[in-house]
Ligand binder design. Structure first.
Ligand code: OOG
Ligand code: MG
Length: 255
Protein backbone atom coordinates (compact mmCIF):
# COMPACT_ATOMS: atom_id res chain seq x y z
CA UNK A 1 0.00 0.00 0.00
CA UNK A 2 1.20 3.54 -0.73
CA UNK A 3 1.72 5.92 2.19
CA UNK A 4 -1.39 7.85 1.12
CA UNK A 5 -3.51 4.69 1.25
CA UNK A 6 -2.00 3.58 4.57
CA UNK A 7 -2.73 6.91 6.23
CA UNK A 8 -6.19 7.07 4.63
CA UNK A 9 -7.00 3.66 6.10
CA UNK A 10 -5.72 4.77 9.51
CA UNK A 11 -8.02 7.81 9.54
CA UNK A 12 -10.96 5.84 8.20
CA UNK A 13 -10.50 3.21 10.93
CA UNK A 14 -10.19 5.94 13.60
CA UNK A 15 -13.49 7.45 12.43
CA UNK A 16 -15.27 4.09 12.19
CA UNK A 17 -14.11 2.90 15.58
CA UNK A 18 -14.38 6.33 17.26
CA UNK A 19 -10.84 5.83 18.47
CA UNK A 20 -8.33 8.66 18.22
CA UNK A 21 -5.02 8.36 16.40
CA UNK A 22 -1.78 10.38 16.75
CA UNK A 23 -1.37 13.32 14.38
CA UNK A 24 0.09 12.20 11.06
CA UNK A 25 2.37 15.24 11.03
CA UNK A 26 4.24 13.93 14.09
CA UNK A 27 5.63 11.10 11.96
CA UNK A 28 5.39 12.34 8.38
CA UNK A 29 6.15 15.50 6.46
CA UNK A 30 2.90 15.91 4.50
CA UNK A 31 2.27 18.77 2.10
CA UNK A 32 -1.21 20.16 1.35
CA UNK A 33 -1.78 18.32 -1.96
CA UNK A 34 -0.79 15.03 -0.30
CA UNK A 35 -3.11 15.79 2.63
CA UNK A 36 -6.01 16.23 0.19
CA UNK A 37 -5.01 12.98 -1.54
CA UNK A 38 -5.25 11.23 1.85
CA UNK A 39 -8.68 12.82 2.43
CA UNK A 40 -9.87 11.64 -1.00
CA UNK A 41 -8.56 8.11 -0.42
CA UNK A 42 -10.06 7.95 3.08
CA UNK A 43 -13.44 9.17 1.85
CA UNK A 44 -13.31 6.75 -1.08
CA UNK A 45 -13.31 3.93 1.46
CA UNK A 46 -16.62 5.28 2.80
CA UNK A 47 -18.08 5.68 -0.69
CA UNK A 48 -17.00 2.10 -1.49
CA UNK A 49 -18.97 0.99 1.61
CA UNK A 50 -22.08 2.65 0.20
CA UNK A 51 -22.06 6.20 1.58
CA UNK A 52 -23.00 8.90 -0.94
CA UNK A 53 -21.46 12.32 -1.45
CA UNK A 54 -24.07 14.98 -0.59
CA UNK A 55 -21.98 18.13 -0.50
CA UNK A 56 -18.91 19.90 0.82
CA UNK A 57 -18.01 21.89 3.90
CA UNK A 58 -15.65 24.80 4.25
CA UNK A 59 -13.53 25.07 7.37
CA UNK A 60 -11.54 27.67 9.29
CA UNK A 61 -13.30 30.48 7.41
CA UNK A 62 -13.75 32.59 10.54
CA UNK A 63 -11.08 34.12 12.77
CA UNK A 64 -12.81 32.62 15.83
CA UNK A 65 -12.36 29.10 14.44
CA UNK A 66 -8.84 29.69 13.09
CA UNK A 67 -7.72 31.01 16.48
CA UNK A 68 -9.42 28.25 18.43
CA UNK A 69 -7.71 25.55 16.35
CA UNK A 70 -4.41 27.37 15.71
CA UNK A 71 -4.68 26.82 11.95
CA UNK A 72 -5.06 29.90 9.77
CA UNK A 73 -5.81 28.45 6.34
CA UNK A 74 -9.19 27.85 4.74
CA UNK A 75 -9.81 24.12 4.22
CA UNK A 76 -12.61 21.99 2.82
CA UNK A 77 -14.01 18.51 3.24
CA UNK A 78 -16.61 16.12 1.86
CA UNK A 79 -20.09 15.57 3.34
CA UNK A 80 -21.85 12.19 3.05
CA UNK A 81 -25.42 11.07 3.56
CA UNK A 82 -24.36 9.15 6.69
CA UNK A 83 -23.38 12.47 8.32
CA UNK A 84 -26.85 13.97 7.93
CA UNK A 85 -28.76 14.41 11.19
CA UNK A 86 -32.55 14.82 10.94
CA UNK A 87 -33.83 18.24 12.09
CA UNK A 88 -34.20 18.04 15.91
CA UNK A 89 -32.86 14.50 15.66
CA UNK A 90 -30.29 12.81 17.83
CA UNK A 91 -26.99 11.01 17.48
CA UNK A 92 -25.27 8.72 19.98
CA UNK A 93 -22.13 9.74 21.86
CA UNK A 94 -20.30 6.40 21.32
CA UNK A 95 -20.07 7.11 17.57
CA UNK A 96 -17.61 9.94 18.23
CA UNK A 97 -14.21 10.52 19.80
CA UNK A 98 -14.82 14.00 21.28
CA UNK A 99 -17.75 15.68 19.51
CA UNK A 100 -18.05 19.44 19.21
CA UNK A 101 -20.70 21.57 17.56
CA UNK A 102 -20.57 24.91 15.76
CA UNK A 103 -23.11 27.23 14.12
CA UNK A 104 -23.01 27.43 10.34
CA UNK A 105 -24.90 28.66 7.30
CA UNK A 106 -25.77 26.08 4.65
CA UNK A 107 -26.38 26.71 0.97
CA UNK A 108 -28.49 24.18 -0.92
CA UNK A 109 -27.55 23.84 -4.60
CA UNK A 110 -30.33 24.45 -7.14
CA UNK A 111 -28.42 24.27 -10.41
CA UNK A 112 -25.39 22.08 -11.08
CA UNK A 113 -22.04 23.75 -10.28
CA UNK A 114 -19.11 22.33 -12.25
CA UNK A 115 -16.60 25.19 -12.22
CA UNK A 116 -15.24 28.00 -10.05
CA UNK A 117 -17.70 30.86 -9.71
CA UNK A 118 -17.84 34.36 -8.27
CA UNK A 119 -20.05 34.83 -5.17
CA UNK A 120 -22.80 36.35 -7.34
CA UNK A 121 -22.73 33.63 -9.96
CA UNK A 122 -22.54 30.90 -7.33
CA UNK A 123 -25.55 32.36 -5.49
CA UNK A 124 -27.53 32.24 -8.73
CA UNK A 125 -26.96 28.45 -8.68
CA UNK A 126 -28.24 28.15 -5.10
CA UNK A 127 -31.82 27.23 -4.34
CA UNK A 128 -32.01 28.10 -0.64
CA UNK A 129 -30.07 29.06 2.46
CA UNK A 130 -30.56 27.64 5.93
CA UNK A 131 -29.28 27.77 9.50
CA UNK A 132 -27.13 24.73 10.24
CA UNK A 133 -25.00 23.10 12.89
CA UNK A 134 -21.93 21.07 12.14
CA UNK A 135 -20.85 18.25 14.43
CA UNK A 136 -17.07 18.08 14.17
CA UNK A 137 -15.01 15.27 15.66
CA UNK A 138 -11.30 15.32 15.01
CA UNK A 139 -9.89 11.84 14.79
CA UNK A 140 -6.69 13.12 16.43
CA UNK A 141 -5.82 12.88 20.10
CA UNK A 142 -6.91 15.87 22.19
CA UNK A 143 -8.57 17.47 19.12
CA UNK A 144 -5.14 18.83 18.17
CA UNK A 145 -3.83 19.02 14.61
CA UNK A 146 -1.68 20.87 12.09
CA UNK A 147 -2.97 21.99 8.69
CA UNK A 148 -2.07 18.77 6.83
CA UNK A 149 -3.55 16.63 9.62
CA UNK A 150 -6.97 18.26 9.55
CA UNK A 151 -7.16 18.27 5.75
CA UNK A 152 -6.36 14.54 5.67
CA UNK A 153 -9.02 13.99 8.35
CA UNK A 154 -11.74 15.40 6.08
CA UNK A 155 -11.72 18.68 8.02
CA UNK A 156 -13.11 16.89 11.12
CA UNK A 157 -16.52 16.43 9.42
CA UNK A 158 -18.78 14.06 11.32
CA UNK A 159 -22.34 15.32 11.18
CA UNK A 160 -24.58 18.18 10.16
CA UNK A 161 -28.15 19.29 10.69
CA UNK A 162 -29.92 21.75 8.40
CA UNK A 163 -32.85 23.93 9.51
CA UNK A 164 -35.72 25.27 7.49
CA UNK A 165 -34.83 26.68 4.06
CA UNK A 166 -35.16 30.35 3.09
CA UNK A 167 -35.00 31.81 -0.42
CA UNK A 168 -31.70 33.30 -1.59
CA UNK A 169 -33.38 36.74 -1.57
CA UNK A 170 -32.54 36.75 2.16
CA UNK A 171 -29.26 38.63 2.42
CA UNK A 172 -26.94 36.54 4.61
CA UNK A 173 -24.15 39.15 4.72
CA UNK A 174 -24.52 40.11 8.38
CA UNK A 175 -27.06 38.08 10.35
CA UNK A 176 -26.98 37.73 14.14
CA UNK A 177 -26.22 34.19 15.34
CA UNK A 178 -27.05 32.73 18.75
CA UNK A 179 -25.74 29.31 19.70
CA UNK A 180 -27.25 27.51 22.67
CA UNK A 181 -26.69 24.34 24.65
CA UNK A 182 -29.80 23.25 26.56
CA UNK A 183 -31.28 26.71 26.07
CA UNK A 184 -28.25 28.54 27.51
CA UNK A 185 -26.41 30.84 25.11
CA UNK A 186 -22.81 29.68 24.74
CA UNK A 187 -21.70 31.66 21.67
CA UNK A 188 -22.97 34.69 19.79
CA UNK A 189 -21.73 36.09 16.51
CA UNK A 190 -22.55 37.22 13.02
CA UNK A 191 -22.53 35.58 9.61
CA UNK A 192 -20.14 38.39 8.60
CA UNK A 193 -17.46 36.54 10.59
CA UNK A 194 -17.34 34.00 7.74
CA UNK A 195 -14.67 35.52 5.45
CA UNK A 196 -16.46 38.89 5.77
CA UNK A 197 -19.42 37.41 3.88
CA UNK A 198 -20.53 33.75 3.65
CA UNK A 199 -20.85 34.21 -0.13
CA UNK A 200 -17.05 34.33 -0.32
CA UNK A 201 -16.92 30.94 1.32
CA UNK A 202 -19.52 29.68 -1.15
CA UNK A 203 -17.39 30.92 -4.06
CA UNK A 204 -14.28 29.32 -2.55
CA UNK A 205 -16.20 26.05 -2.26
CA UNK A 206 -17.07 26.12 -5.97
CA UNK A 207 -13.41 26.62 -6.79
CA UNK A 208 -11.94 24.04 -4.42
CA UNK A 209 -14.53 21.32 -4.97
CA UNK A 210 -14.63 21.56 -8.75
CA UNK A 211 -10.82 21.63 -8.95
CA UNK A 212 -10.91 18.34 -7.05
CA UNK A 213 -13.26 16.94 -9.70
CA UNK A 214 -16.45 17.22 -7.67
CA UNK A 215 -19.60 18.43 -9.40
CA UNK A 216 -22.00 20.08 -6.95
CA UNK A 217 -25.36 18.61 -7.95
CA UNK A 218 -28.84 20.01 -7.24
CA UNK A 219 -29.71 19.24 -3.62
CA UNK A 220 -26.07 19.19 -2.50
CA UNK A 221 -25.21 21.05 0.71
CA UNK A 222 -22.42 23.62 0.94
CA UNK A 223 -21.56 24.57 4.52
CA UNK A 224 -19.83 27.95 4.77
CA UNK A 225 -17.87 27.26 7.99
CA UNK A 226 -18.30 27.92 11.70
CA UNK A 227 -19.01 31.54 12.58
CA UNK A 228 -17.97 31.16 16.24
CA UNK A 229 -15.78 28.84 18.27
CA UNK A 230 -17.00 25.25 18.49
CA UNK A 231 -18.31 23.90 21.81
CA UNK A 232 -17.73 20.44 23.28
CA UNK A 233 -20.89 18.34 23.68
CA UNK A 234 -21.89 15.90 26.40
CA UNK A 235 -24.51 13.16 26.21
CA UNK A 236 -27.97 14.43 27.10
CA UNK A 237 -27.35 17.88 25.68
CA UNK A 238 -29.34 19.60 22.96
CA UNK A 239 -27.56 22.18 20.84
CA UNK A 240 -29.38 24.80 18.78
CA UNK A 241 -28.56 27.69 16.51
CA UNK A 242 -30.80 30.66 15.81
CA UNK A 243 -29.91 32.94 12.92
CA UNK A 244 -31.79 36.19 12.33
CA UNK A 245 -34.14 35.96 9.30
CA UNK A 246 -33.27 32.27 8.76
CA UNK A 247 -34.56 30.55 11.88
CA UNK A 248 -33.35 27.64 13.95
CA UNK A 249 -31.70 24.24 13.71
CA UNK A 250 -31.04 21.77 16.52
CA UNK A 251 -29.97 18.24 17.43
CA UNK A 252 -29.29 16.23 20.57
CA UNK A 253 -26.51 13.94 21.71
CA UNK A 254 -27.67 10.80 23.51
CA UNK A 255 -25.74 8.23 25.61
C1 OOG B 1 -11.63 21.73 11.68
C2 OOG B 1 -12.86 21.99 10.87
C3 OOG B 1 -13.22 23.44 10.84
C4 OOG B 1 -15.12 25.09 10.48
O1 OOG B 1 -16.33 25.27 10.29
O2 OOG B 1 -14.33 26.02 10.64
C5 OOG B 1 -14.64 23.69 10.52
C6 OOG B 1 -11.92 21.70 13.15
O3 OOG B 1 -12.14 22.75 13.75
O4 OOG B 1 -11.88 20.60 13.73
O5 OOG B 1 -15.44 22.81 10.30
MG1 MG C 1 -17.50 23.57 10.43
Amino acid sequence: MSLVDTLAARLDDAARNAKSTPQLSLEHDIDVPTAYAIQAASMKRRFDRGEALVGVKMGLTSLAKAKQMGVHEVIWGRLTDAMRIAPNGSVARPRYVHPRAEPEIAYIVGKRIDRAMSPEEALAHIESVAPAIELIDSRYENFKFALADVIADNASSSGFVIGEASPTSVDVADLAITFQVDGVTVQTGSSAAILGHPGKSLAAATELATKAGIVLEPGFVIMAGGATEAVALKPGQTVSVTIAQLGRAAFSLTD
